[in-house]
Write a protein that binds this ligand. Structure first.
Ligand code: ATP
Length: 250
């Protein structure tokens, strides 16, 4: 399923001292797919995200995105190449309206940066078209003037996805976007993620197996810093090694 390979990791390693967090991970993500990364706690999913998006450096291996070797590039350069990662609630300006949050995200300003040093946004024009488009996409037009801090948990999680979308990425990386959600919010997030792949490529860490099985084109299963299996949801569901890794919790 999907288009050409947009993102490829080849033998990516991460060591902390002698501890091997990633032991040579290979992964190919095709354009316009939802590619999920699953695995037991501590399997290395978040570490892999750090490597792919550049928030931490690799100990070995190579990462190619959209035809460029980005292995040694810092995260802000990768953002310009079209990789956007959704961070959790800390990435929202809680006192500012939703619209303003998105406008700042479209200009490449994130709260951490704003706290450390306010720099002139580089995005020049306010990109009202981007903001309006994202508001529609995340289904939050009627909350445009609501301070982010007044939103429900589910709405905040959707806005976090919107913050990443405002960077107009080719690939969007979502780390457990449904964590702590009730059933209605879950459903909305599921539909939002599914809707993204017409224009974006989604790399997803997700613990909710029903959602993973429903919306993924490809699933990579990690265990102890390695890829245990990769395939279509049906292949993964029926894979004995995967079942064992989860001790029947699928
Ligand atoms: P979870 O679902 O629990 O978040 P995960 O699959 O995302 O798990 P990681 O957070 O990537 O797992 O962690 C992988 C392993 O690397 C864990 O055993 C963790 O303790 C270890 N680890 C992560 N960061 C460091 C660090 N800075 N120093 C030492 N070990 C680390």
């Amino acid at each position: 399923a999907g288009g050409p390979v947009l993102l490829e990791a080849v033998g990516v390693e991460k060591r902390y001292d002698k501890f091997v967090a990633l032991g040579g991970v290979n992964i190919k993500v095709r354009a316009n797919t939802v590619h999920s990364v699953i695995g037991p706690n501590g399997a290395g999913k978040t570490t892999l995200f750090h490597m792919l998006t550049g928030t931490k450096s690799v100990s070995g291996g190579k990462i190619v995105f959209d035809g460029h070797d980005v292995t040694r590039e810092p995260d802000h350069v990768r953002v310009r190449r079209g990789m956007a990662r959704s961070f959790q609630v800390t990435s929202l300006f809680l006192t500012l309206p939703v619209r303003e949050n998105l406008r700042l995200a479209a200009q490449g300003v994130a709260p951490a940066q704003a706290l450390n040093c306010w720099r002139q946004p580089t995005g020049s024009l306010a990109r009202t078209d981007t903001v309006a488009g994202v508001l529609a996409r995340i289904g939050m037009e009627r909350f445009a003037d609501t301070p982010a801090g007044n939103l429900s948990h589910g709405q905040q999680r959707r806005l976090e996805v919107g913050m990443a979308l405002a960077a107009r990425p080719k690939a969007i990386f979502l780390d457990e976007p449904t964590s702590g959600m009730g059933i209605d919010d879950l459903d909305e997030m599921k539909h939002l993620i599914q809707s993204l792949k017409s224009e974006h490529t989604v790399v997803l860490i997700e613990h909710n197996m029903n959602i993973v099985m429903d919306i993924s084109d490809t699933i990579t299963v990690m265990q102890q810093g390695r890829v245990l299996a990769e395939g279509l949801p049906d292949d993964i569901r029926n894979d004995d090694r995967v079942r064992k890794a989860y001790l029947g919790n699928m």
